[in-house]
Design a protein around this ligand. Structure first.
Ligand SMILES: Cc1ncc(COP(=O)(O)O)c(C=O)c1O
Length: 419
């Protein structure tokens, strides 16, 4: 276990919180708040660390678009050499528009519609990660009707506890994902016999924000054992897709080191002789993002709590309301005020619209600005228009310069779909 490998890209310069040397107070003043800011250097350094941890072991990294699919971020990830994991027809289309070829896309998803399956087969994506025998039969039918053979992998549910938050654990029998391990062998044999299918891989993704390596290594070993058993029956798969899931440190505490993670996976799958695919999302981009916000009110209930109300809320960053997720919150300007205990909340009409309880911040006043840290993954992508709030802009800082990669939504944008 080590401290997070990231980088001091976000840090104070002369008491001003900055990203790669760019004071974030200046960005907030220019763009307004709430606003997401991403540091390209963080993504670059983390991608390189993950890629290099494999050494000479054959592998492919398919960035999980669901974590952050803003076009500017996807283009950045593509420039580093990553391929992609798409979870919907919309994400496939986004990948193509970002410059990806279909052969660089794996398509995962628990409820792919007929239209999405048609799209994936017609395009010829690298692999469709199939969720069930029924879905395999549907893909087979679509492919045969087109005179094609679709590349598929079977998503296996290994019944392994990821020991993460229940809402983001996906590898237990009680979760809706994949095919139960005890049926997987027979389902693979059936898939291998179908003329419209080419069974090229096995897939498992047991959850997200996983901070112990045993479950991840256990799932990898399970797939490797299944691949060996299939090879014994004459069905050789090309790859094992081990999903994403590696956690990050939201509270600054220790998390598994990326090199230890990769070596655990490589070790667990060594004798299967397959290419390894990973679908990292959170680990690559979470520490690359911060959400900037402005204090709009401070109120103290008599003998009770001090509420610091921000202009950012659960519509901008849902994770605290959805998963009770913890994010550090820091001031953009340090000026020597003493810390006070406060609850940092948003403006939305829900008590769950709370970013932090009992936090220490330098005696906040209206107009002060703060950054909510490690919000590069599952932040902007989950933004909503609840309370008729517009979605926030996103800024990318690269090489000491910044640009808006997504502008703030307007009320007209929001209403454009309505009659
Ligand atoms: C199938 C699949 N692959 C990859 C990921 C990315 O996971 P993470 O962001 O934890 O790396 C997810 C997210 O839960 C997923 O569902």
């Amino acid at each position: 276990m080590t401290r997070p490998s990231s980088t001091n890209v976000f840090d104070y310069t002369q008491d001003r919180f900055a990203c790669d040397g760019v004071p974030l107070g200046d960005v907030a003043a220019a763009v307004g708040t709430p606003c997401y800011v991403y540091g390209a250097r963080v993504v670059r350094e983390r991608y390189r660390a993950l890629d290099e941890a494999f050494g000479a072991v054959p592998h492919a990294l398919h960035y999980a678009l669901k974590a952050n699919s803003t076009m500017g971020v996807v283009r950045l990830v593509r420039s580093l050499g990553a391929q992609v994991d798409a979870n919907s027809g919309g994400e496939i289309e986004l990948a193509l528009r970002a410059g990806y070829a279909p052969s660089q896309v794996v398509f995962t998803g628990v409820g792919k519609t007929p239209a999405e399956l048609e799209q994936a087969v017609r395009l010829g994506v690298r692999t469709i990660n199939a969720e069930s025998p029924g879905e395999l039969a549907r893909i087979d039918e679509i492919a045969r009707a087109r005179g094609a053979r679709a590349r598929v992998a079977l998503r296996v549910n290994p019944d392994i506890d990821a020991r993460s938050h229940p809402h983001i654990s996906t590898g237990l029998r009680r979760n809706k994902f994949g095919v139960a391990l005890e049926s997987a062998f027979d389902v693979c044999l059936d898939a291998a016999r179908r003329p419209g299918l080419h069974l090229v891989g096995l897939h498992a993704h047991i959850g997200s924000q996983i901070t112990t390596l045993e479950p991840l290594a256990g799932a990898a070993a399970t797939l490797a054992a299944l691949a060996r058993r299939l090879a014994g029956a004459g069905v050789q798969v090309e790859h094992l897709d081990l999903g994403g899931g590696l956690g990050v440190s939201y509270d600054g505490g220790p998390v598994p080191d990326v090199a230890a993670y990769v070596s655990a996976l490589v070790e667990a799958t060594r004798d299967a002789g397959c290419l390894l695919i990973l679908e990292p999302g959170r680990w690559l981009v979470a520490p690359a993002g911060v959400l900037l916000a402005t204090v709009v009110d401070v109120k103290v209930h008599p003998g009770g709590r001090r509420f610091v109300v921000l202009d950012a809320g659960m519509t901008d960053l849902l994770r605290p309301a959805l998963y009770s997720a913890f994010h550090r919150i820091v001031p953009l300007q340090r000026d020597g005020r003493p810390d006070v205990a406060c609850d940092v909340v948003g403006p939305v009409c829900e008590s769950s619209d709370t970013f932090g309880v009992d936090r220490q911040l330098p005696d906040p006043a209206p107009g002060d600005r703060v950054a909510v840290l490690d919000t590069g993954a599952y932040g902007a992508v989950m933004a909503s228009n609840y309370n008729r709030r517009v979605t926030p802009p996103e800024v990318l800082v690269d090489g000491g310069r910044w640009e808006i990669i997504r502008r703030r939504q307007t009320l007209d944008d929001m209403l454009a779909c309505e009659s």
